[in-house]
Design a protein around this ligand. Structure first.
Ligand code: 2IT
Length: 449
């Protein structure tokens, strides 16, 4: 059978089987479309039905999470863990706590994670979990009771050699702490069964910074391919969470001027750009006081707060979508291009819609998919696991050197595989092909399981 016919049949079937799962299907389409030349040259992947197997999670766990609020009232949330693929190692991926979480959204994230983890070169399978629980507006004790209830079920399914969760949207060091505490109590076992722990009880230095720093290193590499650099570039970021703030921090350290960022309430346009003092204010505001970016414009009077508005209309050289999936649509992409944007480096998972990606590709600007440019976070999670196994701590400088090396390797892999399969300079194709080949070959090695 010819590859194109095979792929069309495969996609029709996958759509039929997962009819309501829009974001998952979007992610599958993107990966599979990149693989045409790979399947052409290696029909063994069709014969072994690797695509049919790779889009099916090994296991999805869905469970009830009952908990009491501070007034004693009972609430019931849904908890999930999608254990997608363990060809390369134990399942690895974050936990998302947000009202938007569904089995579909986590299935898409776990699918992406499988390829991302493969790109890091570390021995990590792919997984993702979470709950439709929103930490916003909850007290510390409510968050703790919820996290304990979540682990009361999840602890059966995770473990150091099985599945190692970490943080994601709505799940930071506080939540990891409560989950780890309950896990340890129930299992009577102090192991590195979570990453993103605090450094005083097993966490890696630089894990909180890793995704944002890695994104900045990746952007530096991308610009270098065109003889350019970050120094002096006008940049906009979208999210103002852990990833967004650490991206802003490293971009500024590397000489770029970050003039825009946003959160759930709206965006900030600060023509002067952020600096160390402003970043310190933002860290305190977001990480400690859990406040809204509106306060930034009250504190720094020249900055403008724009209620309910995204950042993509702000003129920039480089854009960093670091919030969530499909946050940057075709219109946003056109606006960025019209204003002269020449590099889009994704920090979130699949933040650009297919229309936006098409517009970037057509314009020939530098564009990298999240699974390549945001892999620094999970890479340092992998390094946290290594340090836990060795029962030592590396210095921040040691972790940073590893992180840089891993981001450089991923960048090189993307370009090498894109060129090898006739899609030169296409980071999407390169990331998908490089990520796929390692997982697919390992699946074949391990037989039909
Ligand atoms: O999307 C991601 O890569 C993460 N949320 C980090 C996962 C991890 O295991 O550190």
């Amino acid at each position: 059978m010819n590859t194109q016919t095979y792929l069309n049949d495969f996609l029709t079937q996958t759509h039929q089987k997962n009819a309501s799962q829009k974001v998952f299907l979007q992610a599958v389409e993107e990966v599979v479309r990149s693989l045409v030349p790979v399947l052409d040259q290696n029909p063994v992947y069709m014969k072994e039905k690797i695509l049919e197997r790779i889009v099916e999670p090994e296991r999805i766990i869905s469970f009830r999470v009952p908990w009491r609020d501070d007034k004693g009232e009972i609430h019931v949330n849904r908890g999930f863990r999608v254990q997608f693929n363990s060809a390369l190692g134990p399942y690895k991926g974050g936990i998302r706590f947000h009202s938007s979480v569904t089995a579909d959204s986590l299935k898409f994230l776990a699918f992406e994670q499988t390829f991302k983890n493969s790109l890091t070169t570390l021995p990590l399978g792919g997984g993702k979990g979470g709950s439709d629980f929103d930490t916003r507006g909850k007290s510390d004790t409510e968050v703790m009771r919820f996290c304990h209830a979540f682990i009361d079920e999840l602890y059966h399914h995770i473990g150091y050699h099985t599945d190692i969760p970490a943080g994601d949207l709505g799940c930071g060091a506080r939540e990891i702490g409560y989950m780890f505490g309950q896990y340890k109590k129930l299992t009577n076992d102090f192991t590195g069964a979570f990453t993103g722990k605090k450094p005083n009880w097993g966490g890696s230095l630089l894990r909180p910074q890793a995704t944002g720093y890695g994104i900045s290193y990746f952007a530096q590499n991308m610009l270098a391919t065109r003889g350019d650099e970050l120094n002096g570039k006008i940049c906009v970021v979208s999210g103002a969470g852990n990833v967004g703030i650490h991206t802003m921090e490293k971009l500024s350290e590397l000489g770029a001027k970050v003039v825009g960022f946003m959160d759930y309430d709206g965006s900030i346009y600060d023509k002067d750009g952020v600096n160390a003092e402003k970043i310190a204010f933002l860290k305190d505001l977001v990480f400690k006081r859990r406040g809204s970016v509106q306060e930034y414009a009250k504190k720094f009077k020249k900055a403008q707060f724009r209620p309910g508005k995204k950042t993509w209309d702000i003129p920039c050289d480089c854009a960093f979508p670091t919030a969530c999936e499909n946050e940057l649509n075709g219109e946003d992409a056109k606006m960025l291009l019209k204003n002269g944007c020449k590099c889009v480096c994704e920090g979130a998972n699949m933040p650009s819609t297919p229309e936006a990606v098409e517009a970037f590709k057509e314009a020939g600007i530098l564009y990298s998919p999240g699974k390549a440019s945001n892999a620094g976070g999970v890479a340092v999670s992998g390094l946290e696991m290594t340090q836990n196994s060795m029962r030592i701590y590396w210095t921040a400088q040691e972790v940073d050197a590893y992180l840089k090396r891993i981001m450089n390797n991923i960048h090189t892999s993307c370009l090498t595989y894109a060129e090898q399969f006739a899609q030169k300079g296409d980071y999407v194709a390169g990331a998908n092909i490089a990520g796929f080949l390692k997982v697919a070959d390992s699946m074949i090695d391990q037989g039909l399981v």
